[in-house]
Design a protein around this ligand. Structure first.
Ligand SMILES: [Zn+2]
Length: 316
């Protein structure tokens, strides 16, 4: 039996054929072009599904189900996308439209949620019953897995951990309308802007030379400069990881999961990222108690979304 996992993004539709060992065996990719409307986008999505079937030499009968990760909010069991800005989708019956072209059960969930599920199924949180997967990217995304299932909330919008605040009153402005949101301090974008700001203030920093100009500084440059012994970069990273740890501690205080997985491009830094976070979280633990929650980095990278989506039907 095979499973189809789809990453339905605002720019690209990625379809993956996944086998029972959680391996992506075939992929097909196409442009989303959301301005065409849902019918056209989902017709192309169905075509991409047939493309992976043809590549593998199998048919619809060999597929268990289709799972889709999409931006925004979805009703997983009904296969409906309630709202997705990037796709220009509002209350779209994804299952109904896809079923005009391909006759398979279809489930949909938020993209961060299915990526988190992927890490629980066969990645860093494999075998864990409760996990929070924190994605440090443009913003801070989150997936909350409780009792082995995605916790979507009563109205399908849970897990927006990036929009919990870590500073009240004079915090940084967030796109959500609040100020002081965690993602304004803990996203990869925040690390980059903090590093650029520090480079302007301390122009002797090696970050500028390594990046070949302040404007080229990215998250990896910060780690590279630290390797080269740069103190400004070290200060920037320490402050950043304290912000990350502050929010992680909040999550642990609320949910006390078995594991917190840190994902996003910056997770490629592995222990250089997670070791200081563990230290800072331990310092903030309730009443000085020992930190029991494991903190680690994501291992599936970009495959997490496809794999998690593919097996969504089994974890609803
Ligand atoms: Zn916010």
């Amino acid at each position: 039996m095979f499973y189809i996992g789809i990453d339905l993004g605002g720019t690209t539709i990625k379809v993956g054929l996944v086998d029972e060992n959680y391996t992506i065996v075939q992929t097909a990719v196409g442009p989303t072009l959301p301005e065409r409307g849902a019918e056209a986008v989902l017709k192309d999505t169905a075509d991409l599904c047939f493309e992976v079937l043809n590549k593998q030499g199998i048919s619809v009968e060999d597929i268990d189900s289709i799972g889709i990760g999409s931006p925004g909010m979805a009703i997983p069991k009904e296969g409906i996308i309630k709202h997705a800005n990037n796709l220009k989708f509002d209350n779209v019956d994804v299952r109904g439209i896809l079923n005009k072209h391909i006759d398979l059960p279809v489930y949909v969930d938020n993209d961060a949620n299915v990526a988190g599920l992927g890490e629980v199924i066969c990645g860093a949180a494999k075998g864990k019953n409760s996990a929070i997967v924190v994605t440090l990217g443009t913003g801070v995304g989150g997936a909350i897995i409780l009792d082995g299932k995605i916790f979507g909330g009563a109205f399908f919008g849970a897990g927006e951990i990036g929009h919990t605040t870590i500073r009240f009153g004079d915090g940084r402005q967030c796109s959500c309308g609040r100020t002081g949101c965690w993602e304004q301090y803990a996203s990869a974008n925040a690390l980059i802007s903090d590093a650029k700001e520090a480079s302007e203030k301390f122009p002797h920093t090696k970050m500028i030379a390594i990046a070949n100009g302040i404007e080229n500084i990215n998250a990896k440059i910060v780690f590279d400069a630290i390797e080269a012994g740069d103190e400004t970069a070290q200060d920037v990273l320490n402050q950043y990881l304290k912000y990350v740890a502050h929010g992680v501690t909040n999550l642990i205080n609320v949910l006390q999961p078995e594991i917190v997985v840190i994902g996003g491009g910056v997770s490629a830094q592995k222990e250089k990222l997670t070791d200081p976070i563990k230290t800072f979280v331990q310092e903030e633990m309730y009443g000085g108690l020992k930190l029991d929650t494991e903190i680690t980095y994501a291992t599936l990278g970009n495959d997490a979304g496809i794999i998690g989506a593919a097996f969504l039907a089994k974890y609803l």
